[in-house]
Design a protein around this ligand. Structure first.
Ligand code: CA
Length: 664
């Protein structure tokens, strides 16, 4: 069949199959389940076996190519229908380095030529899968690669970064700018000799990097690196393959795999674990996606009128509750752990996925290693036809075993509602958010000194234990913390913005739960006021290492905060019961003040007693604390674990827009 005829048929069929039969909203219930974990390619040097799940196909063909771009196929092979909706073929001989696609014939026509969703290697722009021998993609020493030690999830300090942002700016001389390999370059500095790249991350002391989407996504043309286009990558194309634009050669499927592994290996060698941001909730294309082209409709949810539903806000949403979608997700994350040695996953719009799938994913990952950390956004980007009671939204976290969620309660309580750009909050002097801050301090758990009616969003605790709550004030979405403060406090000088900036993450890094930092926040990252920079140029998104010099004092403060947290278990209690026992809020007079005390050498801390007071007012405030002789650890934007001097109990003064921490 000619390409033109194919194209016409494809459009006709896609139009038909974009809508489901309204009279039969769940035609997939009768589809068979296939349970073996051998879908996709099984390669050996003497034969390659391919298996594709497509129960309603009338025929399935495979096209084989010498390369991943435009040449005609040298072999077309018809697959045979086996049990449970699976089509299979075995090609004798060594197919190493050959490329292939799948094409389904169904309801009198051809669907679009597609890449096997289970493909583990692809050529440029992910248009064709590639036969690789994964054992030949390992960097030197890979067999000795180990996860850095992690005693408990509460010890985690997350650092969210985009692969390209960290090494693209000219302020540091990386060889592999914007690539996976850029993150393997040690010994790099800015012009003042301050560490950059991975050395900087190590210096800051975080335990985990969380990489924005780094699987193969759709939006960048990998064949045109000279265009220097940018994207966050929330438009998945091939789930089990690294993104080609971050590799030094997107044409050879081996290269991106080897370089991704090299990046993970280097982080591990530097004591840092690696988490991947995964976007199983939708596909970058809808009816043109690989899922749709191999088994129309099955992987997606639909509205009652038969159109694709859109809880992602990106044109479609996947249907994790369907057995073969769930199976795909479980096998995909397991593959990333086993092949790439990843240490955790951040599920984008986790609220789209069903609770059962998230629990099964976590259970399967914890069978491999119980220290793998799983978390996600407990919300969606729009309404879903699957009832909220079934989905992994924030309020259903109590039903999620070992899965954590982001606390937008603390985020917006501290710095303001993300969609009201000029809104002030606790750190900028807006009253009434004290209970939201306290809610974050106890990691979204039950505490009898919190008035839940006054918490901004959640009217009840949602974390069973502290490690299920991720506290943060900024991330890749929305304004950077610095930009947000600049916009919401236009009359304040930079010195005041710095005070608020430090106060915000002092709250985050001393709260119970798991803290999360947006890369560059430690030296006042700016995106020049751009709120949604998903496709903004490097000039907006890049991390400018000159700012590390410019805001050296801020960086040192953040670094000291991270270290303080790491060396004091009192901030990292494992259970809500321990928090209830050891953490008591102190009475304060007036607004924008929160004070608490952690007593009894909590969680084995060397400090018997810790008092923390946060003052979101511009003015100095007086707070009454229990009697005693205290050492000041944090005061007026300075921090020293060795102490900043002594302080008696009773009435103490807390500087404007600052934290005071006293210990004994
Ligand atoms: Ca790509």
């Amino acid at each position: 069949m000619s390409k033109t005829v194919l194209a016409v048929f494809s459009i006709y069929l896609i139009t038909l199959s974009a809508c489901l039969d309204v009279k039969n909203p769940n035609p997939f219930a009768s589809y068979p389940e296939y349970s073996n974990a051998d879908l996709g390619l099984t390669y050996t040097p003497t034969a390659s076996t391919f298996k594709i799940y497509s129960p309603d196909a009338d025929a399935v063909y495979m096209n084989f190519y010498e390369n991943g771009t435009i040449e005609e196929s040298y072999l077309v092979d018809q697959m045979l229908k086996e049990e449970n909706g699976v089509w299979e073929t075995t090609i004798e001989g060594d197919l190493l380095g050959k490329f292939y696609t799948i094409q389904v014939f169904r309801e009198r026509g051809w669907l679009k030529e597609a890449v096997d969703p289970y493909a583990k290697a692809v050529g440029v722009n992910g248009m064709r899968a590639m036969v690789v021998d994964l054992s030949k993609t390992n960097p030197e020493g890979w067999e000795n690669d180990k996860r850095p030690p992690l005693a408990k999830p509460n010890d985690i300090v997350l650092y969210e970064l985009h692969v390209r942002d960290l090494t693209i700016h000219e302020s540091s001389d990386f060889k592999n700018r914007g690539k996976f390999l850029g993150l393997t370059e040690t010994g790099k500095t800015n012009s003042d000799g301050l560490a950059t790249g991975i050395d900087h991350i190590k210096e800051l002391g975080v335990t985990h990097v969380h990489l924005l989407p780094s699987y193969d996504f759709l939006s960048l043309d990998e064949s045109k690196p000279e265009e220097n286009k940018y994207n966050w990558g929330y438009d998945p194309q091939n789930y089990n393959v690294p993104e080609g634009s971050y590799s030094t050669d997107p044409y050879d499927g081996n290269v991106r795999i080897r370089e991704f592994k090299k990046m993970v290996q280097t982080f591990h060698e530097n004591g840092i674990r690696v988490i991947l941001d995964v976007v199983y909730n939708h596909t970058g294309s809808s009816v043109e996606s690989n899922f749709y082209s191999i088994l129309p409709g099955y992987y997606y949810r639909f509205n009652p009128d038969g159109s694709l539903s859109n809880a992602s806000g990106c044109g479609n949403e996947t249907a994790s509750e369907r057995p073969m979608v769930r199976k795909f997700m479980i096998e995909s994350v397991k593959y990333w752990v086993e092949e790439y040695h990843l240490d955790g996953f951040r599920f984008d719009l986790m609220g789209i996925h069903d609770i059962e799938t998230m629990n099964q994913i976590t259970e399967e990952l914890h069978k491999i290693d119980p220290s793998i950390y799983v978390y996600g956004e407990g919300w969606t980007g729009g309404g879903s036809p699957l009832g909220e009671e079934f989905r992994a939204v924030k309020k259903n976290v109590p039903q999620l075993n070992e899965v954590a969620a982001f606390s937008d309660d603390l985020r917006d309580g501290v710095k303001g509602h993300v969609f009201t750009h000029d809104a002030k909050a606790f750190i900028s002097g807006l009253e009434g958010l004290e209970e939201s801050v306290k809610f974050g301090i106890v990691a979204a758990g039950q505490h009898d000194q919190i008035d839940y009616e006054k918490v901004n969003y959640s009217k009840a605790p949602w974390a069973n234990k502290p490690a299920q709550c991720i506290n943060y004030v900024s991330c890749h979405d929305n304004h950077t913390l610095f930009d947000r403060l600049t916009i919401s406090c236009p009359d304040e000088p930079e010195s005041e913005l710095i005070k608020m900036h430090k106060l915000a993450n002092t709250i985050v890094l001393t709260s119970q739960g798991v803290p999360f930092l947006h890369a560059g926040v430690e030296f006042m990252r700016t995106k020049n006021g751009v709120e949604n920079s998903y496709e903004s140029p490097d000039s907006i998104n890049q991390i400018d290492w000159n700012r590390k010099t410019q805001y050296k004092e801020v960086f040192e403060y953040y670094k000291a905060l991270v270290n303080l947290r790491k060396s004091h278990p009192a901030f990292k209690m494992s259970t809500t019961e321990e928090i209830q026992k050891h953490l008591k809020f102190l009475k304060t007079e007036g607004n924008n003040l929160v004070a608490y005390q952690i007593t009894g050498e909590a969680n084995g801390d060397s400090w018997k007693d810790i008092i923390l007071i946060f003052n979101g007012n511009k003015e100095v405030k007086e707070v009454e604390i229990p009697q005693g002789d205290y050492t000041m650890i944090i005061k007026d934007g300075k921090i020293s674990e060795a102490g900043l001097g002594q302080q008696n109990g009773g009435k103490v003064m807390v500087g404007g827009r600052s934290a005071l921490m006293l210990v004994r």
